[in-house]
Design a protein around this ligand. Structure first.
Ligand code: UDP
Ligand code: LCN
Length: 818
């Protein structure tokens, strides 16, 4: 039966009393169970478990669950038990939240505000704070009333499109309404030279009239005539360079502007903005980790983010060069990646100030050290511990950027909590358009990380991180995400950003509105994989056969050494393969255990994993050490030797590309078993190589793969089901030889349609352009909010960052693994 949907006009507070009345007998039992249960903060599963225990009769239970009450309970995200009340936070759809409290004694229902709900929750963890009338409430929405909001869950993440519509309507009407567009064009320049128009065209009507004449002038030239041929004639009319490289393109752009001044249309306006010469210099921030190009992958905190940024830079530079050429300009674009300079770089280049980025003409990594009162911090520090250095880093980075670039950058892009905070500080200081990216916000990775922040803070400093995240989200002009779920999750699971909508850190602050997922600043632009590295195993002539002997050894050589342990007895079996950092969430140990337990699967295939390294005493990462130990104990417990190979982290991406393809040669599969994965670059790398892929249904991969069509979803919380699903696939391949080929081909098709860097770069540059303009149109509102953010930064973040201990300086040069 389809789920009963709440009538649009009805709130849960209105409909729930009736629903409870209809099952009054069972609900009384159920609510008294809630009262006596030991769990005070229930998740949906607990809520439902108690329903099940309260209604013994299966048919009866079915009836209740199919009704409106079942729907409300199933949509409950969380419920706080504070006798005699149970406060429910119900999420009927992505992005929507409604709170009610039910009195367990008489089952009466009252609608409550988010703030009241959070107070209920706090009662469980910190009663004194919960009842303090002056507890700090943070409300970013209250500071924002001129930015429009989307209204449909399904439109979330499609902000650019929506903004073009909204801005078109704002610019429409009179020449006064179009004035912001004129002002914007008048402000365009490169190194002091006007672009597109100059001050002679200082009113909308003058500009409109001049455009008509200019079109006539340009029309007299052949389509492919270069701009120089009519530059002087246009200049006399008030036009400068930047319209296009040929007569045809100049005319097109002029027509787009004329039409937009007359009556703007969203699609044309967006197209016009994709042509305006407003972007030449971009700075990207990624402070933590070892950020380099060789020998850094696999080190703690140094994973997909690095791969993403380097590929992103290459794609953006290529797109910038194309745009600039088409604009008829000869400007050299510049992209800088700002990261941390680590003096004790352990053999990597992370102690060098500058490094040119491979595969680019004008892009560089620039490293700036973390400074403290005692001087430059020499050693690597975990991404969880970087907060005390960031303010100073932002200042030093701003100076460095201005030193390397001849002018102020046009766009800043932050990455992850630390990079986003630094980029926010700099954007504020220099008045630059800001885009942020969170490769994985940590908040949803750890259950109840907000209410339990005090317990987790010594290890993770979430108080700093979540505060930094809110500052960045609210400073950003636009937010780039890899998938929809990253913003607003799925029907059952809130998105990473959504988890910042309303939450509380008792004793610190109650966030009644941290971000709004209906804000049109949210945009999905999924990354790709470098297709010169990750290409299909079938492209025989391109295969990097020189790696084959080394890969053969890596997979099959029968002895343990520092690069691999375990061995594969039956070399004819297909290989199931996984590769990831050895973090808890990556769940490589989980996969090893599923395999160990599943005799059928062990019979069908061998397991090979690339992850971390083998000696726990060589790691200085807390989580990694625990995972290494667990791996060893699983190998013993399940007697995996002979069927299992553990390979240490691999950093050569060309060889890794070939490794995926060699796994495809065995007719194997790639398995991504993470407990949660923000995006999952390995998933698209494997798919690009034509390797059938099974990936977690928790996070990005759930969107990348259409289950059963372009690969398979597996449930990391249900190992038996997952390992059986993998076994079934290989069983089926045995009887249907074409099945494997079909899954390989459909995976590739999915990639080409949705996940390439070309699509990405085009989208992101358009965002920079459109949101840059909106930033100007919306100046006053922006300032108001910025003032609030600044106060929050000063009064809250700085104090928190001060609490993060600064380690003693390590005396000697350290290798990353020592
Ligand atoms: N990677 C690697 N060697 C390893 C482990 C991972 O080169 O030993 C690469 C992998 O190919 C991918 C990236 O690191 O490009 C991991 O990105 P993903 O999005 O899967 O996870 P993250 O590490 O960012 O959480
Ligand atoms: C970080 C992660 O955890 C991954 O899920 C992403 O794929 C990667 O960054 C690149 O964005």
């Amino acid at each position: 039966a389809s789920a009963p949907v709440l009538k649009r006009s009805e709130t849960i507070a209105e409909s729930m009393p009736d629903a409870l009345r209809q099952s009054r007998y069972h609900m009384r039992i159920c609510f008294s169970r809630y009262m006596s249960a030991s769990i005070r903060l229930m998740k949906r599963q607990h809520v439902m478990d108690e329903v099940e225990k309260s209604i013994q009769d299966k048919n009866e239970r079915q009836k209740v669950l199919e009704g409106l009450l079942g729907y409300i309970l199933c949509s409950t995200q969380e419920a706080a038990v504070v006798p005699p009340f149970v406060a429910f936070a119900v999420r009927p759809n992505p992005g929507f939240l409604e709170c009610v409290k039910v009195n367990s004694e008489d089952l009466s229902v009252d609608g409550i505000s988010v703030s009241e709900y959070l107070q209920f929750k706090e009662m469980i963890f910190d009663e004194k704070w919960a009842s303090n009338e002056n507890a700090l409430e943070v409300d970013f929405e209250a500071m924002d009333f001129s930015t429009p909001r989307l209204t449909l869950s399904s439109s979330i993440g499609n902000g650019l499109n929506y903004m073009s519509k909204f801005m078109s309507s704002k610019l429409r009407g009179s020449s006064d309404a179009a004035k912001p567009l004129l002002d914007y064009l008048l402000g365009l320049d490169h190194l002091g030279e006007n672009l597109m128009i100059n001050q002679t065209l200082d009113s909308v009507s003058k500009l409109q009239a001049a455009l008509i004449v200019a079109e006539v002038v340009v029309s007299a030239f052949p389509k492919d005539a270069p701009f120089q041929d009519f530059q002087q004639s246009l200049k006399r009319l008030g036009f400068e360079r930047g319209w296009g490289d040929t007569a045809e393109r100049v005319k097109e752009t002029m027509r787009m502007l004329s039409e937009s001044l007359q009556a703007p249309e969203p699609v044309k306006l967006e197209l016009l903005f994709s042509r305006i010469p407003n972007m030449f210099n971009i700075v990207i921030f990624s402070p933590h980790g070892y950020f380099g190009q060789s020998d850094v992958l696999g080190l703690p905190d140094t994973g997909g983010q690095i791969v993403y940024i380097l590929d992103q830079v290459r794609a953006l530079e290529e797109e910038l060069l194309l745009k600039i050429r088409q604009q008829g300009l000869s400007v050299k674009p510049q992209i800088l990646v700002i990261t941390r300079l680590i003096p004790h770089a352990g053999g990597t280049k992370c102690n060098q100030e500058v490094e040119a980025i491979f595969g680019t003409k004008h892009s560089h990594i620039v490293r700036v050290p973390f400074k403290t009162e005692k001087g430059v911090l020499p050693q690597w520090v975990s991404r969880f511990d970087v907060y005390p250095y960031l303010e100073r880093f932002a200042q030093d980075a701003a100076d460095k950027v201005l030193e390397y670039m001849d002018c102020k950058p046009d766009l800043l892009i932050g990455n992850y909590s630390d990079g986003n905070l630094v980029a926010s500080l700099m954007a504020q200081k220099l008045g630059i358009t800001l885009g942020t990216i969170a490769h994985a916000l940590e908040k949803t990775k750890y259950e109840d990380s907000d209410v339990k922040w005090k317990e987790l803070d010594p290890k993770y400093h979430f108080s700093c991180q979540f505060t930094a995240d809110m500052i960045a989200m609210n400073t950003a002009d636009f937010i780039i995400t890899s998938t929809y779920q990253e913003i607003a999750g799925s029907q059952n699971r809130p998105g990473q950003y959504e988890s910042h909508v309303a939450f509380t850190m008792p004793g610190l602050c109650r966030v009644v509105s941290g971000i709004n997922v209906f804000d049109p600043k949210f945009n999905i632009a999924s990354p790709g994989a470098d297709q010169t590295v990750y290409f299909p195993y079938t492209e025989k002539q391109k295969r990097l056969t020189s790696f084959h002997p080394a890969i053969e050894e890596l997979l099959y050589k029968n002895e343990d050494n520092s690069e691999h342990i375990g061995y594969l007895e039956d070399k004819k079996k297909p290989i199931i393969f996984s590769m990831a950092r050895l973090d808890t969430v990556k769940n490589i140990t989980g996969l090893t255990e599923w395999y160990g337990k599943n005799a059928k699967l062990r019979n069908l295939v061998n397991l090979v994993v690339v992850a971390g390294f083998f000696d726990p005493s060589k790691s200085n990462d807390r989580e990694e050490i625990a995972e290494i130990k667990k791996m060893h104990s699983l190998i013993d417990k399940y007697q995996l030797k002979g069927q299992f190979r553990w390979i240490a982290a691999q950093s050569d991406r060309y060889r890794n590309g070939e490794l995926y393809r060699c796994i495809a040669d065995t007719k194997g599969a790639f398995i991504q078993p993470a407990l949660y994965e923000a995006f999952g670059l390995t998933v698209i790398e494997a798919m690009n190589c034509g390797l059938p892929t099974f990936a977690t249904n928790q996070g990005g991969p759930a969107e990348i793969i259409v289950d059963g069509v372009s690969g398979f979803h597996i449930d990391p919380n249900n190992g038996d089901e997952s390992s059986n699903k993998i076994a079934d696939f290989f069983e089926k391949c045995k009887t249907d030889a074409e099945y494997w080929n079909k899954m390989s081909a459909t995976g590739l098709q999915r990639i080409y349609e949705c996940y390439t860097w070309k699509i990405y770069a085009n989208k992101v540059l358009n965002m920079g352009s459109v949101y840059g303009f909106w930033r100007q149109m919306n100046k006053e509102q922006k300032l108001l909010k910025q003032r609030y953010v600044e106060a929050f930064y000063n009064l809250q973040f700085r104090n928190l960052a001060r609490n993060v201990p600064i380690p003693g300086f390590t005396p000697s040069v350290q290798t990353p693994s020592s």
